[in-house]
Write a protein that binds this ligand. Structure first.
Ligand SMILES: *Cc1c(COP(=O)(O)O)cnc(C)c1O
Length: 384
């Protein structure tokens, strides 16, 4: 079969369980399923997450929320990004829970809600140092009071987002602690004004691993549930990790495995070149395997001549440029590889170093971008 992404739902469930064990049974888990669940398929991931005890979902685009509703998801869906006014009708239709950062947007939302004769549940978003959406920490209490006064909005949560929670650098740890303390103060001020802040939440993946004080009522780990640590847990200086309370290693296994097949094997002679730009020349006679996956499937072109593909139990180096739909590996002079054999591009169980994280490292990006970029034409095959 041509390129396909095996989605190991059993591993996804295990990752949820391992987060649950870490944060305790009394806290809720919001599963970010934005960008089609980081490329894994939002609806399947959402359904699986519900069976593993997730309580709500996070999307970035209103369309993503609508699609989940069409697929039968009934739990709350948080809208993480600031929407435009022309999206509000669909927010109401899909019963999404938007983040509110300012009074102006609260008023617009309220008007639409009144017109539709519906109540909209919202979460107050506080900017404690991310510098993106959210209100100023000192304005949080006032904004909460404002939302409370609007007849058709219901404040069901209060949130912030952490900028460097995945870093073990001393200054970054300090920065995160400050964000958490500013957030705590703002939430306390809301409570002191006799306003219920609803579900309080702040922790992304980094904070689930490194900052227990950020766990509050609910956590929102994305990349960790898809199997990647957002930081170098195993290479961080132990002294730095020990300065973090209750630090524990947490297990999380890659959920996505990108596979394809060797569709042709052919001999090439010493001195002959492979693919566009002639960037690779055979030093001796050898066998080349053509694999049916390319950059249009999401295999970064930057991995040309720098990545290996797993066929059977052996790794074979990519040679020549990765093209749009195909790439080539050097099989050597003699090989056990047969035409139509399966080739794993990344994420095979039992091959820890051959995952989206290592591929990201050699291509100058992060695992998030690798899995998000696995394109639409690559079918997702769900394994339970
Ligand atoms: C994407 C996102 C998350 C998840 O971030 P990870 O680094 O994948 O854990 C959490 N909260 C918000 C608001 C987000 O947009």
């Amino acid at each position: 079969m041509r390129a396909k992404a095996i989605i190991h739902l059993d591993r996804f469930k295990e990752n949820i369980n391992s987060v649950k064990t870490r944060i305790g049974q009394n806290r809720q888990i919001c599963v970010p399923v934005k960008a089609d669940a980081y490329g894994h398929g939002a609806l399947q991931i959402a359904k699986t997450a519900l069976t593993a005890g997730a309580s709500c979902f996070g999307v970035a685009a209103v369309q993503e929320g609508l699609a989940l509703r069409k697929g039968g998801i009934k739990t709350p869906i948080l809208l993480f990004s600031q929407p435009c006014p022309d999206e509000i009708k669909d927010i109401i239709k899909a019963d999404l829970t938007p983040f509110v950062s300012d009074a102006e947007f609260a008023v617009i939302l309220n008007e639409y809600a009144a017109k539709a004769n519906k109540k909209i549940s919202v979460h107050l978003k506080i900017d404690t140092g991310m510098g993106r959406i959210g209100c100023d920490t000192k304005d949080a209490k006032e904004l909460a009071a404002h939302i409370k006064k609007l007849s058709d909005l219901i404040l069901t949560g209060t949130a912030t987002h952490l900028a460097v929670s995945d870093s073990t650098n001393v200054n970054d740890i300090e920065y995160t602690k400050n964000q958490i303390s500013r957030f705590t103060k703002a939430v306390n001020a809301i409570r002191a004004a006799k306003i219920d802040p609803g579900i309080v939440h702040a922790a992304n993946s980094g904070a689930v691993i490194l900052h227990p004080n950020a766990w509050f009522d609910m956590v929102r780990p994305g990349i960790l549930l898809y199997g990647y640590k957002s930081f170098e847990e195993y290479t961080a200086p132990v002294a730095q990790l020990k300065s973090l309370s209750k630090f524990k290693k947490i297990i999380s296994e890659p959920v996505m495995e990108l596979q394809s097949s060797v569709v042709l094997i052919k001999k090439i002679k010493e001195g002959e070149t492979v693919s566009y730009g002639r960037t690779w020349t055979a030093e001796k006679d050898t066998l080349i395997g053509v694999i049916s996956v390319g950059y249009a499937d999401g295999l970064p072109r930057l991995a040309s001549n720098r990545w290996q593909v797993l066929i059977g139990k052996e790794y074979y180096p990519l040679v020549g440029r990765i093209s749009m739909d195909q790439c080539c590996v050097n099989l050597g002079k003699k090989t056990n590889v047969k035409r139509w054999d399966e080739a794993v591009i990344f994420g095979s169980p039992d091959h820890d170093d051959h995952d989206a994280s290592s591929l990201a490292k050699i291509t100058g990006t992060i695992p998030y971008e690798i899995t998000c970029n696995i394109s639409k034409r690559v079918p997702r095959v769900y394994k339970r």
